[in-house]
Design a protein around this ligand. Sequence first.
Ligand code: NDP
Length: 247
Amino acid sequence: MQDYKAPADLLKDRIILVTGAGDGIGRCAAKTYAAHGATVILLGRTISKLESVYDEIEAAGHPQPAIVPMNLEGAAVKDYEEMAMTIEESFGQVDGILHNAGLLGQRTPIELYDPEIWEQVMRVNVTAPFLLSRALIPAMRKSDDASIVFVSSSVGRKARAYWGAYSVSKFALEGLSQLLADELDDERHNVRVNSLNPGATRTNMRAHAYPAENPDSNPTPEDIMPMFLYLMGPDSHGVTGQQLDAR
Ligand code: NDP
C-alpha cells in the first residue's frame, strides 16, 4: 500500500483532525487530506503556522478547514473535553484523527537525561494522544467508517541508545494503538486504529535528530503520503491493530 493511488475524492465529506498540523509531516498530511475532499481540523500550538496552512487550503479551493489552537504540553483534561464538545456541535461527528504532533526531546544517555524534558516528551507524545482519543471517541462512534492513526517511529518498535523519552513514548503509543484497536473492534467495525512509522522524512525534527545528515537525502513528507491517505480512507476498512510503515 506504500504505492497506493488515492482517488481525488477519497475523503469527501470526512471530518479529519490532524495534530501538529502547522509543520512537517502534519502540515503536509492536512493539506493532502483537504485536497482529497476532507474538512480538516488543524490542531497545533503555533497559530501563525496553522493560519498559513488554512490560507493555503482555502486558496486551493478545498473544503474550508478549522483551526484549534492547543499546546499539547499544558492542556488540561477539561480543555480536551470542551474542544470535543465544540467539534461535535460544529461537525456532528469525527471520521479521522491523525495523532502526528511529536517532541524529540534530548538525544542523550538515560543517566544524563533531564527529568523535566522526560515529562514534557511523555505529555506531548503519549498523554495528549490518550486525552484527545478519550475525548473524541464518542464523536468517532457516530461515523460509519472512522480511522485513528498514531504516528510512531522505528525506535518505538526497537529501542536504540540515546533516544530516551522519545523512544519510550513511541513504545507507549504503540501500546495505546493496539489497546484501542482491541477495545473498538466491535461488530460494527466502524473505528479502526493503527500505528504508522513514517521512516526518515525531511522535516525540522529529522534535521535536529541528525544534524550531520544532508536533508536532501531523505524523502519529503509528500513522498510518504500514500499510506497516510490509505489509512484515512475507506480502502483500509477492516485494517486494525496493525503496525505499519509509510515506506
Ligand atoms: P516537526 O518537528 O517538523 O513537526 C512536529 C509538529 O508537532 C509541529 O507542527 C509542532 O508544532 C507540533 N508540536 C510539537 N509539540 C507540540 C505541542 N506541545 N502542542 C502542539 N503541537 C506540538 O516533526 P515531524 O513532522 O518530523 O514529525 C511528525 C511526527 O512524525 C512526529 O510524531 C514524529 O515523532 C514522527 N516521526 C518523524 C520522523 C522524521 O524523520 N521526520 C521519523 C519517525 C517518526 P510547532 O510547529 O508549533 O512546533
